[in-house]
Each structure stands twice: as C-alpha cells, then as structure tokens.
Design a protein around this ligand. Structure first.
Ligand code: G3P
Length: 225
C-alpha cells in the first residue's frame, strides 16, 4: 500500500511528508485553486524540493485538446523535471495524449476515472498510474470497490505495469476499502490521515495508559528512569 498526499499546500506537504510514510504528491487544477494564484512552476518545484526525486510528483495538464495536453506536458517537464508524472484526464483527447506521451517515454498518470473502460483503455495505452475517483463514484451510485477490483484483476491478468492510485476520498474507511479492493496506492488530503489517528477511542486509550503510568511513576518517562 502506498499513501500519497492530494494537496498543493506547501505547509501541509512539509509537515505530513515528514510524519507519514508518503510515496508522492498529486494535485489537479481544483487543488491548485485552493492555494490562490500561486507562481505555478516555482510552487511545483518547491513541492519537488520537499519530497525529493525518489517520491512521485504528479502534475495535471490543463489543456482540453490533445495537442495542448502535449504542450502542457512538455512545459511541465522542462519547468519542473523529467521525473514528473503528467496527469491526463481520460477523455478521448486525453487517451490520445496518453498514447503519444507514452510513445515518447514520458511518465503518465491517467486521471478522472469513473468507469471501467476508462481504466482499461488507459492501461492499454501504457499509463503508469490510473486514478479511479472513489468518492465521486459512490456519489454516482457506482461501486468503486468492484471497479477497482476489476482494474487490479486486469492488471494482474495481462501483466500491465500500471499502478492503481485511487483518489477522491472523504474518509479513511474509503481509503482502506480501496486498498483492500486492490488499489496499490491511494492519494488523499492529509486531513483524512490526521483525523483517522485522532479518533477519541485512540486518544482515550492513550490517556488511560498515561494515567496508569503516572499513578506509579509520576511525570518520569521511561527514558528518565
Ligand atoms: O485526485 C482527485 C481528487 O482530487 C478528486 O477529489 O474530492 O474533488 O472528489 P474530490
């Protein structure tokens, strides 16, 4: 299982990349919008300098046509670095762009995936990552676990080297279900991880241990014995 941060917030990336076992950072134009009118490329370069070259950085194109997507990809790779995964929504123009990008050996993350054929086509086109949108599927009355399981099954059956990075989460339970269904990775806002570890049953358990220890040893911790 891999956990990626689905945010462009530098403070959050700095903090949670340090705390959690993070494999990379993803964003999209809506996530970028949350940061205001940032200097886009210096911001993306700053994310890279925080996470380093060993973790994956996924940056989405904004053009809607194939030629424009290829130009966006070229600009991103030149302005950030060649290791960036170019995120391309799986539209008809997008699948065309994915084919062309892969023919040039460029790293690609196929995104905005809601149905099976989008994921299957992206795998066949050579996408390195495919990003099914878990919560949005649920909102549409679809079964994200069944769809993710199909991607995992096809990837295994036909030996596609594609990594399934599930996205669009509102809580940790959805992340767990995506992983159990067969997603190799999941990308999420860090608040989902933070909230999962701050549930009252956990903090109550820790408070109980703390009280019991202090009832015997006072404020002296193990390292101070
Ligand atoms: O990575 C895709 C994701 O950001 C979409 O999430 O919350 O807008 O459905 P959401």
């Amino acid at each position: 299982m891999k956990y990626l941060l689905d945010t462009a917030n530098l403070e959050a990336i700095r903090k949670y990349n340090e705390i959690f076992p993070i494999a990379g950072v993803t964003s999209n134009p809506s996530i970028v919008k949350n940061e205001g009118k940032i200097d886009f490329f210096s911001h993306m370069n700053e994310i890279r300098s925080i996470i380093g070259r060993d973790k994956s950085l996924h940056i989405q194109v904004t053009a809607l046509d194939t030629e424009g997507m290829l130009k966006d990809a070229d600009r991103i790779l030149n302005a950030v670095d060649k290791d960036v995964y170019i995120k391309v929504p799986v539209t008809m123009e997008g699948i065309h762009a994915i084919k062309k990008l892969k023919a040039q050996g460029i790293r690609v993350t196929a995104t905005a995936i809601y149905n099976k054929i989008q994921g299957f086509l992206a795998m066949e086109a050579g996408a390195d990552f495919i990003a099914p949108y878990y919560n949005r599927m649920e909102n549409m009355g679809l079964d994200p676990e069944e769809i993710i399981a199909s991607f995992a099954e096809m990837a295994a059956l036909y030996h596609y080297p594609t990594t399934i990075v599930a996205a669009s989460f509102k809580n940790a339970g959805q992340v767990d279900k995506a992983h159990i269904a067969g997603a190799h990775a999941a990308t999420m806002d860090p608040s989902i991880l933070v909230s999962a570890l701050q549930q009252s049953y956990i903090t109550n358990a820790v408070a109980g241990f703390d009280a019991d220890w202090k009832s015997i040893y006072g404020d002296c911790t193990i390292s101070e014995l």
